[in-house]
Design a protein around this ligand. Sequence first.
Ligand code: HEC
Length: 270
Amino acid sequence: MNRVAAVITATMLLIATTGPARAQGASVEDSIAAYREMLADDNPAELWEIKGKAFWAKKRGPKNASLEACNLGLGPGVVKGAFAQLPRFFADSGRVQDLEMRLVSCMIDLQGLSRAEAEKNHFSTDNDASDIEALSAWIASESKGMPIALPQSHPKEKEAYAVGEQLFHYRAGPYDFACSTCHSSSGTRIRLQVLPNLTEPAEAKAIFASWPAYRVSQGTVRTMENRITDCLRQQRMPMADYGSQVITDLTVYMGVQAAGGQMAAPGLKR
Ligand code: HEC
């Protein structure tokens, strides 16, 4: 971990010393890309993966059961490759679910937890680590290198895509922003942050493949639910509930756009 800290410090120095004029340009992007490359073998998310793997096997709840029989879409207990095909339709819940909502369902059904207990600390805070973030990091890592392939055969999966597409382009809120206002042209930025073009297949693949991700600025692994919640805030929309179908549908839209990309999560982000 010392190496991680050293690389981050070096990068911050690099950004600081490139000066304000150049800092607006490609150099910042280059140095962030460089630190990502240097850290790639040392992603702090590995610590979350280890915790998540242990948590999967831990017995808890009134039924004193682990999550090991949880069906993530490829059959009970099958983790390898499951994340590359999520969100998808689940007959037992009658819904298209993303990984997080699927985990919550399994905690309720297998472990006997209440929804509130299952969803507790879903986004970690400084003093409260999230089990769901850890589980997500581990489960995602078990799909590394596999092609993104969200199923689109069930009518509800098709509906989720269609609604997600509409939502992505739907302008609303006090500034009349849509997701596409910020995410449908390449090479734009807000301050120093590059805005990815999520309607362009190559960019959509790379982005979708990299969530959940360790966020250096937040010191934790964040999930796609968290990312979209934060972007809804940037869009000045009302706060979305955890597990809102709006979030799942947007995830399905982005995931289908990214079909064929190679899963690389957990990623590493600013
Ligand atoms: C007001 C502008 C704005 C709007 C509107 C917006 N976003 Fe974002 N989005 C951002 C910024 C800024 C980032 C962060 C870029 C960074 O940190 O490098 C981001 C990042 C993302 C990322 C992660 C990109 C990456 O680099 O991994 C995803 C996915 C995303 N947004 C999806 C959405 C969705 C879905 C919506 C609509 C609900 C949306 N955004 C609406 C500004 C916006």
